[in-house]
Design a protein around this ligand. Structure first.
Ligand code: SF4
Ligand code: SF4
Length: 326
């Protein structure tokens, strides 16, 4: 009997939504489970690290790793799974681009610890204890993972074969990626396993988007009565569909919410946020600097808007140079 492909799942710095997305395959998960041999999946099955260590190098067919890399333990596990796996897939926005946890790169570790363990409202009056890497107890020394200064996307730590984008990836692109793997029909190494064109191309509202789109004001979606039949950008709602990779079937727009860019940039774009800023600047319909400032000033959180999923993979990477792993 032919051996089934061995598959591992691992969860780094993320919210858990990517693991939920695998379960969201619904009955499709039964086909996956029948076709593969799951050898490591800490969130669902009781395998231990030594089970992975005991496997031969390259013995896992594919490891799906979600989440950004923030802790020493996550980096160690990513390196171990890389060594043990034929293919590593960065699964979901945080692993692909750094994701929402990557916005923590606006601060360094010291600043984050100062706020969350000493000054923040949630700890006011607390004992000011910070996480320690080593604690002595009567039974011996307890060790906790180190908290790195910089959040990284997975391919900034290990070699990655493919990327499955999304926050979280949709059931369809997961099923397509697993199918391609099982059939051995993989694209060139380094490919993002999703669409190759901008999201607008698959959005049902695209035909209502004017050929030459210009905006005179930006509106907040939570303070606007959205017309679900008209392109959101044409209504003045900042939708990042023109600068985002397709493949999700415009899910958010179908729910009358603008695309925030979770599928990441297109292949030819290196910096998703810079591309978004440049796109917005190109459609603001004013020549006067004051007017331009007023319109762009309506983007309340520029980093969170344009780099929501990709700060670690941008040219900026983090707010300032700090010694990593300090
Ligand atoms: S800008 Fe947004 S709403 Fe308009 S066509 Fe593109 S994805 Fe659809
Ligand atoms: S519409 Fe945009 S933000 Fe929403 S799932 Fe698709 S790519 Fe992600």
């Amino acid at each position: 009997m032919t051996e089934k492909p061995k598959v591992a799942f691992y969860w780094c710095a993320s919210c858990g939504g990517c693991e939920e997305a695998v379960v969201d395959l619904a009955e499709g998960i039964l086909d996956v489970v029948a076709a593969v041999d799951i050898v490591f999946w800490p969130v669902a099955l009781d395998f231990k690290v030594h089970d992975v260590e005991a496997l031969p190098d390259g013995g896992i067919t594919v490891s799906f790793i979600n989440g950004a890399v923030r802790l020493s333990e996550q980096e160690e596990m990513a390196r171990l799974l890389r060594r043990k796996s034929k293919y590593v897939i960065a699964f979901g926005s945080c692993s692909h681009l750094g994701g929402v946890p990557g916005l923590a790169n606006l601060w360094d570790r010291r600043t984050i610890f100062d706020w969350y363990y000493h000054r923040g409202p949630a700890v006011a009056g607390g004992d000011g204890v910070e996480p320690q890497e080593k604690v002595e107890v009567p039974e011996g020394t307890l060790e906790l993972p180190a908290f790195w200064d910089t959040v990284k996307a997975l391919d900034q730590v290990i070699d990655v074969d493919y990327f499955v984008p999304g926050c979280p990836p949709t059931p369809k692109i997961i099923a397509d990626a697993v199918g391609a793997l099982l059939r051995g029909e993989l694209p060139p190494k380094g490919s993002v396993l999703a669409g190759t064109k901008a999201l607008c191309r698959e959005c049902a509202l695209n035909e209502t988007k004017p050929e030459k789109l210009l905006v005179k004001e930006l509106k907040r979606v939570d303070r606007t009565k959205v017309d679900p039949e008209t392109c959101l950008l044409a209504q003045g709602i900042l939708c990042l569909g023109p600068v985002t990779r397709g493949g999700c079937d415009a899910l958010c727009v179908k729910g009358a919410m603008p695309c925030t860019g979770c599928f990441g940039p297109l292949d030819e774009v290196r910096d998703q946020g810079a591309k978004g800023v440049s796109f917005l600047s190109s459609i603001v319909d004013f020549d006067d600097e004051e007017d331009i400032r007023r319109v762009l000033g309506n983007v309340r959180d520029p980093v969170g808007t344009f780099y929501r999923y990709s700060l670690p993979r941008s040219y900026l990477m983090r707010s300032r140079e700090v010694k990593d792993h300090a």
